[in-house]
Design a protein around this ligand. Structure first.
Ligand code: 5GP
Length: 114
């Protein structure tokens, strides 16, 4: 099966500024940042979306949240606060079919989103 764009980034076939990686996940800067800090955290496993998660993915999800917390600290936005966004499906605005968590910070963020 064709690799997703984010699998290619995780496998370093497409360049990206990787800020963290381990055997389960990769975090890299979004190419079109919406805030001074905009990092995407993805599992290496090409899970298409939140909707396609299985019960067996629960430990991976727990790990991803710990990585998100650590990336926020590493980026210096933990103290000021930040937002984690998962777009799911067409109405959710998902454009890349590989589960990813947006970590946004470095400025006050508006609410609600559009
Ligand atoms: P979505 O809209 O699916 O929630 O988010 C996809 C994100 O991937 C967007 O914020 C977009 O800017 C980012 N993105 C798309 N293509 C690339 C790329 O080739 N490299 C990087 N680093 N980010 C990308």
């Amino acid at each position: 099966m064709e690799k997703t764009l984010f699998e290619k980034i995780a496998d370093k076939e497409i360049p990206a500024e990787i800020v963290y990686e381990d055997d389960q996940c990769v975090a890299f800067r979004d190419v079109n940042p919406q805030a001074p800090t905009h990092v995407l955290v993805i599992p290496r496993e090409p899970i298409p979306s939140l909707e396609s998660l299985a019960e067996t993915n629960a430990p991976l999800l727990g790990h991803l949240w710990m990585v998100i917390r650590d990336v926020a600290r590493q980026e210096g936005i933990a103290q000021g606060g930040y937002r984690v966004v998962v777009n799911c499906g067409q109405d959710g605005g998902q454009t890349v079919d590989h589960l990813h968590f947006h970590v946004l910070g470095g400025r006050p963020l508006q609410w609600p989103p559009g």
